[in-house]
Structure formats: C-alpha cells, structure tokens
Design a protein around this ligand. Structure first.
Ligand SMILES: Nc1nc2c(ncn2[C@@H]2O[C@H](COP(=O)(O)OP(=O)(O)OP(=O)(O)O)[C@@H](O)[C@H]2O)c(=O)[nH]1
Length: 201
C-alpha cells in the first residue's frame, strides 16, 4: 500500500471550550475520533494522528505526529508534519489521505472513493456542493512544498490556496437522510445535533 492517512486533530477546539482535545470529545458510546478510525484503518497505512503530544491521543494506539512549528498555523501545519514524518520513515508512500478529527459521520466509502484515482491532482471531498479542504488525497510531491502557505490566516483558505497549486478533482458525497457526511463538530450545540443522529446511543 502506498497511501498513508492522517486524522487532523491538532486544533485548539476553542469553540468547544478547549477542556479536552476536541476529537476526544465523547459522542454517544464513543468519541469523535474513534468513530473515524475504523473508516480509515486497514485501508491506508500507516494511519497517523496529527495532534499535540500528551493530549490523550496516545491511548488510541496509532502514531501521534505533532506539529513541527510552534503557534497555531492551521491544518496545513498538520499536513506538513505528517508529510515530513512519512518522508523520513516511509519513503515509498506516494499519497496522503487527510480527514478532520471532528467529522464523526465520515462515509464508509470515504477511502475507496477518495483513492479511486491517485495521480498528481488533489482529490477533495465535497458534500451539498461545499468543498472540504481538510478531507483530501494529497500527492506527497506536492506536500513537500507547502511552507509558504502556512502564514495565510484563514485555515480553510490556506488549504484551498495550497491545493490550487495543482488540479483539484472534487469527489462529491451524498447526504444520507438529512445528515451531511462531513458534518463537523465545532460547538456544544453541534455536539447536541450530532447526538440526534445516534438515537440508540
Ligand atoms: N495541526 C494543526 N491542525 C489544526 C490547527 N488548527 C486547526 N487544525 C485542524 O484543522 C481542522 C479544522 O479545525 P477548526 O475546527 O477550524 O479549528 P479547531 O482549532 O479544531 O477549533 P476552534 O479553535 O474552535 O476553531 C481540524 O481537523 C483541526 O484539528 C493547527 O494549528 N495545527
């Protein structure tokens, strides 16, 4: 397998209150990130978590790769750290599939559809016509050139600006019922909304 994966969990989660790292927030019988791991594990290798060390992610049994830069530079800093780790330890990896650690309803066909064609373009997920720049398949060659994009203040624009260096293929995912598969949890209200989709938990 030449496609690695990273769950981006390096944010501050300030809108959630910042008491625990947001992806470790309980949702139903599990946590946000533990709902994502099974959708990725076994299909990409290695599967990394980008997060600050000693924040509780170590117990999940996956390698935790922290940002290399101090300060908060957004998700591109996480992609950069994951790419550097792979270049050092897994030089044969050609692509990196990313996903945000706060999207607990990731589609079960996420990996297969995102990786169906892997070339020099970026494959970026979208739903309801909206692009999700943190949910994308990145050619490793592209990721080695991202430093100058790290200063862009808006995280979403930062990742989009970087992705536009090359062709972007959008991979559209359909909602199931009225649930957007890339619904992301930012606030306690979002968490309550997410719970509505898990009536048995
Ligand atoms: N490595 C890394 N990832 C980040 C950083 N900031 C945000 N992210 C990731 O980017 C994605 C989107 O993050 P947001 O929800 O916008 O930010 P957040 O920090 O998690 O939450 P807020 O502080 O409430 O905005 C998530 O996967 C975050 O983990 C950062 O400084 N470093």
């Amino acid at each position: 397998m030449t496609i690695a994966g990273v769950i981006l969990a390096g944010g501050e989660g300030t809108r959630m209150g910042g008491l625990v790292a947001k992806p470790l927030t309980p949702l139903g019988k599990s946590t946000l990130i533990e709902r994502i791991i099974p959708q990725m594990q076994g299909q990409v290798s290695p599967l990394l978590i980008n997060a600050a060390l000693h924040n509780g992610f170590e117990r999940l049994g996956l390698p935790v790769v922290p940002d290399m830069l101090t300060g908060h530079h957004g998700p591109l800093a996480g992609l950069s750290a994951a790419a550097a780790h792979l270049e050092r330890n897994f030089p044969r990896i050609t692509h990196l599939l990313s996903v945000a650690g706060d999207t607990p309803f990731l589609p079960i066909d996420y990996v297969s559809r995102m990786c169906a064609r892997s070339g020099t373009a970026v494959n970026m997920a979208s739903s309801n016509g909206r692009a999700h720049p943190t949910a994308a398949l990145w050619p490793m060659a592209l990721l080695s050139q991202l430093e100058k994009y790290l200063s862009q203040p808006d995280a979403k624009l930062q990742v989009m600006a970087f992705a536009r260096r090359t062709t972007i293929h959008m991979v559209e995912f359909q909602p199931f019922a009225d649930l957007d598969p890339f619904f992301n949890v930012n606030t306690p209200d979002d968490l309550r909304n997410a719970q509505r989709f898990l009536p048995d938990e």
